[in-house]
Write a protein that binds this ligand. Structure first.
Ligand code: SF4
Length: 290
């Protein structure tokens, strides 16, 4: 009998759960609700909320919108978004995650300090990611984004550095960057760093590694656009090379199933529980047919 197990620790983090609840609450009142960008990087959940009436718009469409209600998702937005909302009489339902909101405030305070011109505010994060755009926006676009250790080499080490991180980046690489900067910073400059990685994500890693290692085959369920999904999937692959990224039951490769005794289904912080259950059921049905 093949064992199929869902990882209890996988699924939406509280920031995403809160954003979805806020959207559902508004939609059940029957109001027209727009969401600026995908509410979560999972096309199936986006589809489910679309069926409930949620209209997803991009930033260009947002600029054209007037007299409407718009939900801001957990990733947060730069100050410019709030200015446009005010000008266009848009009511904001702000679902920015409190962890992201705190980080935005810290970066803004750092930027507002008097010595702002003499230091580099560096954000370890993904260029163009919504959360990172929101963070860079706190510094009127001046913060430097580095995606990986390699890019830290291009910083100006004669100038002071303040390092922050996008909430969903890897803790290990963050500390590698810290070490690299410590080694290279000029004695005349100062270096301060702040581990601003969300523990909702970081704490999942050890458990996820354990889970992935304890099964013959892993289906990691995540939208292909989710950066948190990509990072956690890489962790699964490190401990279990027989790990596969899918975002729907249709993507289950049946040829992987024969000969395995235990199958694990896990996912990212943006993966809905109902989807992992659906996939687990599809695997069981396929095994029965074989
Ligand atoms: S991963 Fe953390 S910071 Fe990001 S939305 Fe979830 S709870 Fe908030």
């Amino acid at each position: 009998m093949v064992k199929v197990e869902i990882d209890e620790g996988s699924g939406f983090c509280f920031g995403v759960v809160t954003a979805i609840h806020k959207a559902e609450e508004e939609l059940t009142k029957g109001v027209t609700l727009y969401c600026l960008g995908d509410i979560v990087h999972n096309s199936r959940e986006v589809e489910r909320l679309k069926e409930m009436g949620l209209i997803t718009i991009n930033h260009e469409e947002f600029k054209q919108l007037h007299n409407a209600k718009v939900l801001l998702r957990a990733h947060g937005e730069p100050p410019e978004t709030y200015i446009i909302a005010k000008e266009n009489n848009i009511e904001i339902i702000d679902a920015t995650c409190p962890v992201v909101l705190r980080l935005q405030k810290r970066i803004k305070q750092e930027y507002m300090q008097e010595d702002s011109d003499e230091k580099q505010i560096v954000i370890y994060g993904k260029n163009g990611h919504a959360e990172v755009l929101g963070l860079v926006g706190q510094t009127t676009g001046k913060a430097i984004v580095i995606e990986k250790l390699d890019e830290a080499r291009q910083l100006d080490f004669s100038k002071s550095i303040r390092l922050y991180s996008q909430t969903t980046k890897s803790l290990d690489e963050f500390w590698e960057i810290v070490e690299y900067i410590k080694e290279h910073i000029s004695p005349d400059a100062t270096f301060e760093y702040y581990d601003t990685i969300c523990r909702q994500v970081a704490n999942r890693m050890p458990n996820l590694r354990k889970f992935a290692a304890s099964h013959d085959l892993i289906f990691f369920v995540s939208g292909k656009k989710s950066s948190n999904g990509k990072m956690l999937f890489e962790e699964c692959k490190k401990v279990n090379p027989n790990s596969h990224l899918i975002d729907s039951a249709e993507e289950i490769d049946d040829s992987l199933l024969p000969g395995v005794n235990s199958i694990g289904v896990c996912g990212a912080t943006s993966t809905p529980k109902w989807l992992m259950e659906e996939i687990s059921e599809a695997i069981k049905a396929q095994i029965k047919r074989q």
